[in-house]
Design a protein around this ligand. Sequence first.
Ligand code: M6R
Length: 370
Amino acid sequence: EKGGWSSFMAKEISEEPEAVANTILGRVHDGLVSLKELEPIGDEALAGIDRIVIVACGTAAYAGMLGKYAIEEWSRIPVDVELSHEFRYRNPIITDRTLVISISQSGETMDTLMAVQHATKAGARVLSICNTQGATIPRESQAVVYTHAGPEVAVASTKAFLAQVTALYLVGLHLGKVRGTQTDEQIRENVIELQAVPEKIAEVLSVSQAEIGQLARWMTDTQSVLFLGRNVGYPVALEGALKLKELAYIHAEGFAAGELKHGPIALIEPGQVVIVVVPSPRDPHSLHPKVVSNIQEIRARGARVIAIAEKGDAAVLPFADEVIPIPLAGSLFEPFLAVVPMHIFGMELAAAKGLDVDQPRNLAKSVTVE
Ligand code: M6R
């Protein structure tokens, strides 16, 4: 039940901190990650994996993109992310040293189920990340790591996304240990970062809800919104754009900020709303000044800039029309925080337009046909 919330989506966004916390619960021992769910594959086989392919659709695929950054960083195994429906109709290069990770909230998405079957037939080891106990996809997989986001009713996925990213990060840390690419000390540091995420999400929720609601109310006539992000901010931009399309029926596109000058900047005209995910000024890849200069470029062409930036990031202030602050976190953990305003934004804009937040037109919660 909605329990006093205006929509299931509002309730589910409020549950984002617990979705992460509950997915970590019971999987950390002595500060290290141990996923006994991976036993059917076995640590010996995992140590020999030479390639990972993540298959998923929609929001789950964006979670997969974030998983790529973390898993590559921690395990040094190359990771590809493929949309299930694209993967399935190729002759993918798969061996018994390939680990295919499927991600699905419902566990019933036909495209992803078919991709799992395709991968199994080709001889891959298949691990699924799923939010629904006993669903078809986990039943057809060699191993399953369940996300514990709780039932998700709203068609637009929110808390399940955060739980999926959490599960992928746990898999990444497990692999880092098995392969010896992370020291115990490094794993412990990352576990501490991950365990700090729920409280930081709660902070984002309490700080940004009112501000985003207000923003949404002046944007009800907006025709198009662009989203920019770089590195781990890129999947967050894609997720923000998808939420706006499906919930508020507004044309929205997410771009990698570095791609701006390769074409999309031509779209910028006075009044164009651009939402930018700004990396921390402490970003290890030094991307912060690059994104700030992207903001300057689009601002100079009259764009209206809404920045999602680390709190206290003074460099953004002079160039952004609005800043939504997020707490400090390590680079790989920022998406957990930056995506929350995206979810609130989609919901608030749909509500401000008088649309059905939980049941957008033309969509089903689980897509069980091809
Ligand atoms: O149940 P699944 O996670 O397999 O669903 C995948 C997509 O259909 C789903 O994430 C969809 O994109 C949502 N409507 C996004 O909010």
